[in-house]
Design a protein around this ligand. Structure first.
Ligand code: AMP
Length: 205
């Protein structure tokens, strides 16, 4: 199965993708995580992307497309995957359609106020990538021992910019995939398990 998870920053794409991947035995491909790994390793790509990420801007399409094309050619992608955070523009969606036939695009719908709350309390483990929320988890370390941190781009000013960029660049993908008959809208409010159950029900044959 080849799936896309679509939704604003903070909709829970990363969390839901992890649950879906476990349930459906698919590979989780997050372009945000890939870029953060490049940045941590101080590669040329990572350093180029850094300036965009820290402002909450999108990394240019050609950089993202080269990275995703190379990833999807890897043998580990053969058994299916969930794309999280990609595509984010119509150019990326059109390019993806040239080399991949998608089974479905899951759109996580979450009200604006909840997104702001989720992003401002979000903490990430740098070692294993697990996401926590300060309202449910008070410790400062992950179960794997990593010291949790707030992503630079989860700070309020950057979040506002990321949401504006989402509205302008990514929201049009909802109509795009709806016209192609691929869009499945899911209510993204509630616990991760609630949302996962809704997604599972939607994907039943
Ligand atoms: P994410 O972890 O998905 O929220 O992504 C973090 C940041 O990485 C975004 O705010 C963008 O700067 C960049 N990024 C991730 N995926 C893409 C993409 N498909 N197109 C452009 N920029 C991206």
């Amino acid at each position: 199965m080849r799936l896309v998870l679509l939704g604003p920053p903070g909709a829970g794409k990363g969390t839901q993708a992890a649950l879906m991947c476990r349930r459906l035995r698919l590979l989780h491909i997050s372009t945000g995580d890939m870029l953060r790994q490049e940045l941590q390793a101080e590669t040329e790509l990572g350093l180029k992307a850094h300036a965009y990420i820290e402002k909450g801007e999108l990394v240019p399409d050609n950089i993202i497309l080269d990275m995703v094309r190379a990833k999807l050619k890897e043998p580990e992608c053969e058994n299916g995957y969930i794309l999280d955070g990609f595509p984010r523009t119509l150019v990326q969606a059109d390019a993806l359609a040239q080399f991949v036939e998608l089974d479905a695009v899951i759109y996580l719908e979450v009200p604006f106020e909840i997104i702001i709350k989720r992003l401002s309390g979000r903490r990430r483990c740098p070692k294993c990538g697990v996401i926590y929320h300060t309202s449910h988890y008070e410790k400062s370390t992950c179960s794997c021992g990593g010291v949790l941190y707030q992503r630079e781009d989860d700070k309020l000013e950057t979040v506002k910019n990321r949401l504006a960029v989402y509205e302008a660049e990514t929201r049009p993908l909802i109509a795009y995939y709806s016209q192609k008959g691929l869009l499945r809208t899911v209510d993204g409010e509630g616990t991760p398990e609630d949302v996962d159950a809704r997604i599972a029900a939607l994907l039943e044959p």
